[in-house]
Design a protein around this ligand. Sequence first.
Ligand code: AMP
Length: 284
Amino acid sequence: MEIIRNPQDMQDQALKWRAAGQRIVLVPTMGFFHQGHLSLMEYGRKVGDCLVVSLFVNPTQFGPQEDLAQYPRDFDRDCELAQQIGVDVLFVPEAESMYPPGYQTYVTVEEVTQGLCGACRPTHFRGVTTVVLKLFNLVQPQIAVFGEKDYQQLITIQRLVVDLNLPLAVVGRPIVREADGLAMSSRNLYLNPTERQTALCLYRAGQAAQKLVAGGEVARERIMAVVQQLLNHSPETIIDYMALVDPSTLAEIDTVRGAARLALAVRIGQTRLIDNFLLEESRS
Ligand code: AMP
Protein backbone atom coordinates (compact mmCIF):
# COMPACT_ATOMS: atom_id res chain seq x y z
CA MET A 1 0.00 0.00 0.00
CA GLU A 2 1.29 3.41 -0.93
CA ILE A 3 0.73 6.44 1.29
CA ILE A 4 0.30 9.64 -0.70
CA ARG A 5 0.25 12.98 1.11
CA ASN A 6 0.59 15.47 -1.71
CA PRO A 7 -2.66 16.22 -3.61
CA GLN A 8 -0.81 16.74 -6.90
CA ASP A 9 0.92 13.35 -6.56
CA MET A 10 -2.50 11.78 -5.92
CA GLN A 11 -3.96 13.30 -9.06
CA ASP A 12 -0.91 12.31 -11.15
CA GLN A 13 -1.27 8.70 -9.98
CA ALA A 14 -5.03 8.71 -10.65
CA LEU A 15 -4.58 10.10 -14.18
CA LYS A 16 -2.01 7.38 -14.90
CA TRP A 17 -4.44 4.71 -13.74
CA ARG A 18 -7.19 6.26 -15.83
CA ALA A 19 -4.97 6.33 -18.92
CA ALA A 20 -4.28 2.63 -18.35
CA GLY A 21 -8.03 1.92 -18.31
CA GLN A 22 -8.20 1.10 -14.60
CA ARG A 23 -11.41 1.42 -12.58
CA ILE A 24 -10.76 3.60 -9.54
CA VAL A 25 -12.83 3.36 -6.36
CA LEU A 26 -12.68 6.01 -3.64
CA VAL A 27 -13.71 5.58 0.00
CA PRO A 28 -13.55 8.98 1.76
CA THR A 29 -12.99 8.81 5.54
CA MET A 30 -11.78 10.79 8.53
CA GLY A 31 -9.84 7.80 9.85
CA PHE A 32 -9.91 5.97 13.19
CA PHE A 33 -11.20 2.97 11.33
CA HIS A 34 -13.84 0.60 12.62
CA GLN A 35 -15.75 -2.19 10.92
CA GLY A 36 -18.10 0.35 9.29
CA HIS A 37 -15.19 1.92 7.40
CA LEU A 38 -13.71 -1.49 6.64
CA SER A 39 -16.99 -2.73 5.14
CA LEU A 40 -16.85 0.15 2.63
CA MET A 41 -13.25 -0.71 1.77
CA GLU A 42 -14.06 -4.41 1.38
CA TYR A 43 -16.84 -3.49 -1.02
CA GLY A 44 -14.52 -1.13 -2.90
CA ARG A 45 -11.86 -3.82 -3.15
CA LYS A 46 -14.40 -6.10 -4.87
CA VAL A 47 -15.72 -3.63 -7.43
CA GLY A 48 -12.60 -1.73 -8.50
CA ASP A 49 -9.09 -2.22 -9.85
CA CYS A 50 -7.50 0.57 -7.84
CA LEU A 51 -8.80 1.29 -4.34
CA VAL A 52 -8.05 4.67 -2.79
CA VAL A 53 -9.03 5.46 0.79
CA SER A 54 -8.73 9.08 1.79
CA LEU A 55 -8.02 9.88 5.42
CA PHE A 56 -8.60 13.54 6.10
CA VAL A 57 -10.13 15.17 9.14
CA ASN A 58 -11.60 17.99 7.11
CA PRO A 59 -11.58 21.25 9.09
CA THR A 60 -14.21 22.96 6.93
CA GLN A 61 -16.95 20.54 8.00
CA PHE A 62 -16.47 21.21 11.73
CA GLY A 63 -18.16 24.16 13.42
CA PRO A 64 -16.13 26.43 15.75
CA GLN A 65 -17.49 24.70 18.89
CA GLU A 66 -17.08 21.15 17.54
CA ASP A 67 -14.56 18.38 18.17
CA LEU A 68 -11.99 18.98 15.37
CA ALA A 69 -9.04 19.13 17.80
CA GLN A 70 -10.12 16.07 19.83
CA TYR A 71 -11.29 13.99 16.87
CA PRO A 72 -9.79 10.52 17.50
CA ARG A 73 -6.75 9.58 15.41
CA ASP A 74 -4.59 6.46 15.19
CA PHE A 75 -2.64 6.61 11.97
CA ASP A 76 -0.50 3.49 12.47
CA ARG A 77 -3.49 1.30 13.25
CA ASP A 78 -5.44 2.76 10.30
CA CYS A 79 -2.52 1.97 7.96
CA GLU A 80 -2.36 -1.60 9.17
CA LEU A 81 -6.11 -2.17 8.75
CA ALA A 82 -6.20 -0.57 5.29
CA GLN A 83 -3.21 -2.66 4.22
CA GLN A 84 -4.90 -5.87 5.40
CA ILE A 85 -7.88 -5.11 3.17
CA GLY A 86 -5.69 -4.51 0.15
CA VAL A 87 -6.08 -0.75 -0.22
CA ASP A 88 -3.78 0.48 -3.01
CA VAL A 89 -3.37 4.07 -1.87
CA LEU A 90 -4.07 5.71 1.46
CA PHE A 91 -4.41 9.39 0.59
CA VAL A 92 -3.57 11.51 3.64
CA PRO A 93 -3.38 15.18 2.70
CA GLU A 94 -2.52 17.95 5.14
CA ALA A 95 -5.15 20.62 5.74
CA GLU A 96 -2.70 23.25 4.43
CA SER A 97 -2.35 21.46 1.12
CA MET A 98 -6.12 21.08 0.65
CA TYR A 99 -6.85 24.67 1.72
CA PRO A 100 -3.70 26.69 0.99
CA PRO A 101 -3.56 30.44 1.67
CA GLY A 102 -5.95 32.24 -0.66
CA TYR A 103 -8.39 29.32 -0.83
CA GLN A 104 -11.94 30.66 -1.38
CA THR A 105 -14.06 28.21 -3.37
CA TYR A 106 -16.96 26.27 -1.82
CA VAL A 107 -19.77 24.24 -3.30
CA THR A 108 -23.23 24.09 -1.74
CA VAL A 109 -26.10 21.66 -2.23
CA GLU A 110 -29.12 23.66 -1.19
CA GLU A 111 -32.30 21.87 -0.16
CA VAL A 112 -31.34 18.48 1.20
CA THR A 113 -28.74 20.08 3.49
CA GLN A 114 -31.19 22.43 5.22
CA GLY A 115 -32.87 20.11 7.74
CA LEU A 116 -31.66 17.36 10.09
CA CYS A 117 -27.90 17.76 10.78
CA GLY A 118 -27.82 20.86 8.55
CA ALA A 119 -30.13 22.68 10.95
CA CYS A 120 -27.88 22.02 13.98
CA ARG A 121 -24.57 22.27 12.04
CA PRO A 122 -25.10 25.15 9.58
CA THR A 123 -21.68 25.03 7.85
CA HIS A 124 -21.17 21.27 7.97
CA PHE A 125 -22.46 20.18 4.57
CA ARG A 126 -20.78 23.00 2.70
CA GLY A 127 -17.51 21.64 4.09
CA VAL A 128 -18.45 18.07 3.19
CA THR A 129 -19.49 18.79 -0.39
CA THR A 130 -16.46 20.98 -0.99
CA VAL A 131 -13.95 18.43 0.25
CA VAL A 132 -15.70 15.55 -1.50
CA LEU A 133 -15.69 17.40 -4.81
CA LYS A 134 -11.98 18.13 -4.33
CA LEU A 135 -11.36 14.45 -3.55
CA PHE A 136 -13.26 13.44 -6.68
CA ASN A 137 -11.05 15.74 -8.75
CA LEU A 138 -7.87 14.45 -7.15
CA VAL A 139 -8.70 10.73 -7.17
CA GLN A 140 -10.78 10.57 -10.39
CA PRO A 141 -12.94 7.66 -9.18
CA GLN A 142 -15.56 5.93 -11.31
CA ILE A 143 -17.15 4.73 -8.04
CA ALA A 144 -17.30 6.48 -4.67
CA VAL A 145 -18.51 4.55 -1.63
CA PHE A 146 -20.29 6.10 1.35
CA GLY A 147 -22.05 4.65 4.41
CA GLU A 148 -25.75 5.00 5.08
CA LYS A 149 -24.72 5.83 8.66
CA ASP A 150 -24.44 9.43 7.46
CA TYR A 151 -27.62 9.24 5.45
CA GLN A 152 -28.05 12.97 4.81
CA GLN A 153 -24.44 13.11 3.63
CA LEU A 154 -25.09 10.23 1.22
CA ILE A 155 -28.18 11.92 -0.24
CA THR A 156 -26.30 15.23 -0.47
CA ILE A 157 -23.39 13.66 -2.37
CA GLN A 158 -25.80 11.87 -4.70
CA ARG A 159 -27.43 15.24 -5.41
CA LEU A 160 -24.03 16.89 -5.98
CA VAL A 161 -23.06 14.22 -8.50
CA VAL A 162 -26.34 14.45 -10.42
CA ASP A 163 -26.56 18.25 -10.35
CA LEU A 164 -22.95 18.83 -11.45
CA ASN A 165 -22.92 15.96 -13.99
CA LEU A 166 -19.97 14.30 -12.31
CA PRO A 167 -18.94 11.14 -14.20
CA LEU A 168 -19.05 8.65 -11.34
CA ALA A 169 -21.43 6.41 -9.42
CA VAL A 170 -22.13 6.96 -5.72
CA VAL A 171 -22.80 3.75 -3.82
CA GLY A 172 -24.43 3.76 -0.37
CA ARG A 173 -23.63 0.83 1.91
CA PRO A 174 -25.54 -0.45 4.97
CA ILE A 175 -24.83 0.65 8.54
CA VAL A 176 -22.54 -1.69 10.46
CA ARG A 177 -23.58 -2.07 14.10
CA GLU A 178 -22.09 -3.40 17.32
CA ALA A 179 -23.56 -6.71 18.54
CA ASP A 180 -26.07 -4.82 20.72
CA GLY A 181 -27.22 -2.58 17.88
CA LEU A 182 -25.27 0.66 18.44
CA ALA A 183 -24.15 2.00 15.05
CA MET A 184 -20.36 1.95 14.85
CA SER A 185 -18.84 5.41 14.96
CA SER A 186 -15.43 6.87 15.74
CA ARG A 187 -17.23 9.09 18.28
CA ASN A 188 -18.48 6.09 20.32
CA LEU A 189 -15.05 6.23 21.94
CA TYR A 190 -16.16 9.36 23.81
CA LEU A 191 -18.91 7.47 25.68
CA ASN A 192 -18.33 6.35 29.28
CA PRO A 193 -19.83 2.96 30.27
CA THR A 194 -23.14 4.46 31.48
CA GLU A 195 -23.47 6.63 28.37
CA ARG A 196 -22.63 3.61 26.21
CA GLN A 197 -25.69 1.83 27.67
CA THR A 198 -27.85 4.93 27.26
CA ALA A 199 -26.78 5.15 23.61
CA LEU A 200 -28.79 2.02 22.87
CA CYS A 201 -31.93 4.18 22.97
CA LEU A 202 -31.30 5.08 19.30
CA TYR A 203 -31.40 1.47 18.18
CA ARG A 204 -34.37 0.68 20.40
CA ALA A 205 -36.29 3.63 18.97
CA GLY A 206 -35.40 2.64 15.41
CA GLN A 207 -36.41 -0.95 15.93
CA ALA A 208 -39.70 0.02 17.54
CA ALA A 209 -40.49 2.33 14.61
CA GLN A 210 -39.61 -0.39 12.10
CA LYS A 211 -41.90 -2.80 13.88
CA LEU A 212 -44.78 -0.33 14.02
CA VAL A 213 -44.57 0.46 10.30
CA ALA A 214 -44.13 -3.19 9.33
CA GLY A 215 -47.29 -3.85 11.38
CA GLY A 216 -49.30 -1.31 9.40
CA GLU A 217 -48.86 1.95 11.32
CA VAL A 218 -48.41 4.84 8.87
CA ALA A 219 -49.19 7.94 10.97
CA ARG A 220 -46.21 10.09 11.87
CA GLU A 221 -47.74 11.21 15.17
CA ARG A 222 -48.11 7.71 16.52
CA ILE A 223 -44.73 6.49 15.28
CA MET A 224 -42.89 9.53 16.64
CA ALA A 225 -44.64 9.34 20.02
CA VAL A 226 -43.09 5.92 20.55
CA VAL A 227 -39.69 7.06 19.25
CA GLN A 228 -39.68 10.08 21.56
CA GLN A 229 -40.59 8.01 24.56
CA LEU A 230 -37.72 5.59 23.93
CA LEU A 231 -35.19 8.37 23.29
CA ASN A 232 -36.23 10.20 26.45
CA HIS A 233 -35.97 7.05 28.53
CA SER A 234 -32.85 8.32 30.24
CA PRO A 235 -32.63 11.85 31.70
CA GLU A 236 -29.13 12.51 30.29
CA THR A 237 -30.34 12.23 26.68
CA ILE A 238 -31.02 15.43 24.75
CA ILE A 239 -32.76 15.02 21.41
CA ASP A 240 -31.21 17.23 18.70
CA TYR A 241 -33.76 16.00 16.20
CA MET A 242 -36.03 13.07 15.42
CA ALA A 243 -37.51 13.18 11.95
CA LEU A 244 -39.59 11.02 9.68
CA VAL A 245 -38.55 11.84 6.13
CA ASP A 246 -38.93 10.86 2.52
CA PRO A 247 -35.92 8.61 1.81
CA SER A 248 -34.83 10.49 -1.31
CA THR A 249 -35.80 14.16 -0.74
CA LEU A 250 -35.44 14.14 3.07
CA ALA A 251 -38.67 16.18 3.23
CA GLU A 252 -40.68 15.55 6.40
CA ILE A 253 -43.71 13.33 5.88
CA ASP A 254 -46.93 12.88 7.81
CA THR A 255 -47.81 9.46 6.48
CA VAL A 256 -45.57 6.56 5.51
CA ARG A 257 -46.37 5.50 1.98
CA GLY A 258 -44.27 2.46 1.12
CA ALA A 259 -41.06 3.55 2.84
CA ALA A 260 -39.63 6.30 5.02
CA ARG A 261 -36.38 7.07 6.87
CA LEU A 262 -36.37 7.73 10.57
CA ALA A 263 -33.43 10.06 11.23
CA LEU A 264 -32.19 10.61 14.78
CA ALA A 265 -29.58 12.76 16.48
CA VAL A 266 -29.17 12.77 20.24
CA ARG A 267 -26.65 14.17 22.65
CA ILE A 268 -25.57 11.95 25.49
CA GLY A 269 -23.28 13.87 27.81
CA GLN A 270 -20.75 15.60 25.55
CA THR A 271 -21.25 13.18 22.66
CA ARG A 272 -23.59 13.69 19.71
CA LEU A 273 -24.73 10.46 18.06
CA ILE A 274 -26.69 10.03 14.84
CA ASP A 275 -28.46 7.02 13.41
CA ASN A 276 -31.18 6.29 10.88
CA PHE A 277 -33.53 3.49 9.97
CA LEU A 278 -35.45 2.42 6.90
CA LEU A 279 -39.13 1.99 7.78
CA GLU A 280 -41.01 -0.17 5.33
CA GLU A 281 -44.67 -1.02 5.16
CA SER A 282 -45.10 -4.74 4.89
CA ARG A 283 -46.36 -5.81 1.47
CA SER A 284 -48.71 -8.53 2.68
P1 AMP B 1 -16.18 9.12 8.77
O1 AMP B 1 -14.78 8.63 8.93
O2 AMP B 1 -16.98 9.11 10.03
O3 AMP B 1 -16.28 10.40 7.99
O4 AMP B 1 -16.89 8.03 7.85
C1 AMP B 1 -16.37 7.67 6.59
C2 AMP B 1 -17.39 6.85 5.86
O5 AMP B 1 -17.69 5.70 6.63
C3 AMP B 1 -18.71 7.60 5.63
O6 AMP B 1 -19.21 7.30 4.34
C4 AMP B 1 -19.59 7.02 6.72
O7 AMP B 1 -20.97 7.06 6.40
C5 AMP B 1 -19.10 5.60 6.77
N1 AMP B 1 -19.45 4.98 8.05
C6 AMP B 1 -19.21 5.47 9.28
N2 AMP B 1 -19.74 4.66 10.22
C7 AMP B 1 -20.32 3.63 9.55
C8 AMP B 1 -21.04 2.47 9.95
N3 AMP B 1 -21.28 2.19 11.23
N4 AMP B 1 -21.50 1.64 8.99
C9 AMP B 1 -21.28 1.91 7.67
N5 AMP B 1 -20.61 2.98 7.23
C10 AMP B 1 -20.13 3.83 8.16
